[in-house]
Each structure stands twice: as structure tokens, then as C-alpha cells.
Design a protein around this ligand. Structure first.
Ligand SMILES: [Zn+2]
Length: 434
């Protein structure tokens, strides 16, 4: 039995959904043009007026916006409302540059909550569930975003925030956590810690759902997690500029539903700016259709993905984007070849002897790029025989070569020696840029 939070809108026939988008697109373009000097200037430079947007396809006439625009107008230069209408600020960490500030009106918070209420319902959560939110709370959007969505659908929230693993496990047990939200790396860390304590998530806890995201992870990693812990692991997507976590997969796990009445999604060819057909990889571009404080028009999220506009088996008509394997920024260029850490993860997780933790080290030796992948073996695969180790290294190197088309050094390291993370994990060390 499929549950919906808002069946009428979630199952709206595609034609009507597009009509609704068109109407909302025209409105938001008019709105940003009249409320934000940033957008007015940007549109004027591009020679486009709100009246030029007559149909959904006309979205292509509009200029893109970028993360850099948010940085250039720091803190609130792109906002469409005066500060006294805001009920909240979130601020990015600024680890990769100047931080970005996002403001929310009361209505923006409601829309965010609505998006997650639909998403959490679509993975089978509701009244009676206990959602342990192990994403950080505070300026970071992860914690509070899921928190409001879960409360909205009547689930009980356990706001543990990130860290303090012992207490996380104790509370999970004492309060009957049925779902947990955290990064996939942290979930792996928790699982490892639980095993050490002799706790089996499947047998000894009520945990059945993981809402994992805030860093890219592969389908193969999902299989690993589901098989080793017995939970269903769902991908969650969002980005702080749009408002943190917003969307998840549904129970069919065939792409992440983007609520089309709130967001217009495009997948484009980065070189030409033209849309790519459904099923082809391209760059993700999102326009917010309901936001008041900081609407984003054709925002280049920085992710590559694949669009699927076909209605889903779950009955929802809203388009889906396929799992995101990595940000455009995460792409490494090694000896002229593009490598996404997610590709490496996909290859490694298919090899049963390889554990879940790995590290990619890129360097330049004698003017030549080198790439080394450090891997831990699973306990079960551990062997004292040097020959076994060497043959495993060879096996991994050859699997990586066949997918990446690149020769890679593989190093087996001791179990537990690679860093564990309570938040977003670091999987790449690029010594060329240090
Ligand atoms: Zn679905």
C-alpha cells in the first residue's frame, strides 16, 4: 500500500503538472525581476524581460545563476525580501570558499517542510516512527530540515545531531529508533561501532530505514549497507543554497523525486547549455518556483545526473533524478582522464574482499600524475598469506583500470587505519594542489 502526503498534487497528471509549472515560472520570474536588483540587472544584461517567458521552454532564455553569485552578493544581496520578513538564516561552512547565506520567510520554511513531509511519507515513514536525526543541527541545514519534515508527518524526532556515537547507540536502543538520518560514512562508522559492542542492527534494534546523504555514495555502497545491516537505505538530495535536504527516493529506489510544483529541474549539456534527453548524463539546473526570500533562477547546482520524466511505479508523476555520483567540483583529472571518486567506490564495492573505507591519493611524480587507492579488507577476507594480498591488489587494480581506463596503484592497509568520519567523509587527497 503506497502512502502519499498529498495524493492530489503528487499524482497530478503530467500535463497538468506542467501547466502548473508554467504558471508558477512566469510568476517567479516577474517576482524576482521586480524584487531583486541582482536579478533585474542580470536579466537586463541578458536582454530578457519577464514578458518573454510565455511557456516552460522559454526558461532557456533566462540566464543561469551560480554559487559564485551568492558569494559575490554576500550576505544578502540577492534576497527578494527585506530582512525583517525573514524567520531564519542558514550559512554554509565556507570550507570551499566564502560562505553563502540563505534566508527563509515563514512560507519558505513551510514549503521546505512540505517537501520533506512528502519525501519521508514516500519511504514509508509516519506516525509511530522514531527518526534519529544524526545530521548536524545549527547553521548547517541537514538537522533542522529533516526535523521539521518528520514532525509534520507525526513521526517522533530524536535530534541527536552528529557525533557521540556511544550515546547515539544507547538512545537508539532505549527509545526505539526506526529510522536514522546521517551521512553514509557516519552510518558505516555507527555500524562498525555497533558490531564491536556485539549489536546487530537487524536483530537487536528497531532500525529499518536509513536516510543517507550530504555526500555522494554509489549504488554498490547501498547494496553493501542494506545487506550488512538489514535496513533499507534511501538517498536524500538537496543543497544548502536551495534549502538543505529536500528530496528522497521513494520505496522503489529508482531515482529521487523532485517536487515539480516547487522546483523546475533541467539537465543540460555543460558545453552547449542545451537540455540533454531523458536518460543521458548532464548538469543539474534547478529553478525554485515557490521561494520568497531567495528564489534561485536556473541555479547550476554543480552536480551531474540523469533525468527521468516518466511517472514512477509509486504513482507519483514528479520527475526523478538518478543518484548523483559526484559534484562537478569533485571530478579529478588524472593524466588527462576524468575520474569521479564515486566511480572508484562503485568498482571497489563490487569486490567482496574490499571493505567500505578507502582513500584516493593523487600526486605528481617526475611531471607525471599518479593515483593510489588505499583500501581496507573486510575482516573475513583478511589473510596472513602475502600471496593472497598481492593477488587481491592486482585484482582491484585491474578492475579499476577497466572502468577508469587508468592505471592505478592499489595499497592494502590495515583494517581500521583509514580515517572514519562523523560527517562528510574525505575520500581524496590531491597532493598536486596542496
Ligand atoms: Zn516513486
Amino acid at each position: 500500500m503506497i502512502e502519499y502526503w498529498n495524493p492530489q498534487i503528487e499524482r497530478l497528471p503530467s500535463v497538468e503538472l506542467r501547466e502548473l509549472q508554467e504558471e508558477k515560472l512566469k510568476k517567479i520570474v516577474q517576482y524576482v525581476y521586480s524584487h531583486s536588483s541582482f536579478y533585474r540587472k542580470r536579466f537586463d544584461q541578458a536582454g530578457v524581460k519577464p514578458e518573454d517567458i510565455k511557456s516552460l521552454n522559454d526558461v532557456r532564455k533566462l540566464p543561469f545563476t551560480y554559487k559564485q553569485d551568492l558569494r559575490d552578493t554576500y550576505p544578502t544581496g540577492m534576497f527578494c525580501v527585506p530582512n525583517e520578513r525573514l524567520v531564519r538564516f542558514h550559512v554554509s561552512s565556507g570550507t570551499t570558499g566564502k560562505p553563502t547565506v540563505v534566508g527563509y520567510t515563514k512560507n519558505d520554511i513551510n514549503e521546505w517542510t512540505k517537501s520533506l513531509a512528502r519525501a519521508l511519507t514516500s519511504i514509508g515513514l509516519g506516525r509511530g516512527d522514531v527518526l534519529q536525526v544524526s545530521y548536524g543541527y545549527g547553521l548547517f541545514t541537514g538537522g533542522l530540515g529533516l526535523h521539521y519534515g518528520a514532525e509534520e508527518i507525526g513521526s517522533t524526532v530524536l535530534p541527536t545531531s552528529a557525533g557521540n556515537t556511544e550515546r547515539q547507540m544507547e538512545l537508539m536502543d532505549d527509545l526505539g529508533t526506526t529510522a536514522i538520518a546521517c551521512t553514509p560514512s557516519y552510518f558505516l562508522f555507527l555500524n562498525e561501532a555497533a558490531k564491536k559492542e556485539g549489536i546487530d542492527f537487524q536483530k537487536d534494534t528497531n532500525l529499518r530505514v536509513g536516510i543517507l546523504g550530504a555526500e555522494p555514495w554509489s549504488e554498490e555502497m547501498r547494496k553493501r549497507i542494506e545487506e550488512s545491516t538489514g535496513i533499507k537505505a534511501y538517498d536524500v538530495f538537496g543543497t544548502s543554497e536551495l534549502s538543505g535536504p529536500l528530496f528522497t527516493e521513494c520505496v522503489y529506489q529508482e531515482g529521487i523525486h523532485i517536487w515539480a510544483d516547487q522546483f523546475l529541474v533541467e539537465v543540460i549539456d555543460s558545453d552547449t547549455g542545451e537540455p540533454v534527453p531523458d536518460g543521458e548524463r548532464g548538469e543539474l539546473v534547478i529553478t525554485t518556483l515557490s521561494k520568497e526570500a531567495l528564489p534561485l533562477i536556473r541555479y547550476k547546482v554543480g552536480d551531474t545526473t540523469i533525468l527521468n520524466s516518466e511517472p514512477c511505479q509509486c504513482g507519483r508523476t514528479h520527475p526523478r533524478i538518478m543518484r548523483i555520483l559526484g559534484r562537478v567540483d569533485d571530478m579529478l583529472v588524472v593524466r588527462g582522464i576524468n575520474v569521479f571518486p564515486g566511480q572508484v567506490e562503485s568498482v571497489l564495492m563490487k569486490i567482496p574482499e574490499v571493505g567500505e573505507h578507502f582513500m584516493i591519493i593523487v600526486d605528481r611524480v617526475n611531471e607525471m600524475d599518479t593515483m593510489t587507492v588505499q583500501i581496507e579488507m573486510t575482516d573475513a577476507a583478511f589473510s596472513d598469506r602475502v600471496n593472497d594480498m598481492i593477488s587481491l591488489e592486482k585484482k582491484v587494480a585491474s578492475s579499476l583500470k577497466s572502468i577508469l581506463n587508468l592505471s592505478v596503484n592499489v595499497e592494502l592497509v590495515e583494517h581500521g587505519s583509514l580515517p572514519r568520519s562523523i560527517g562528510k567523509s574525505k575520500k581524496v587527497i590531491d597532493k598536486r594542489v596542496l
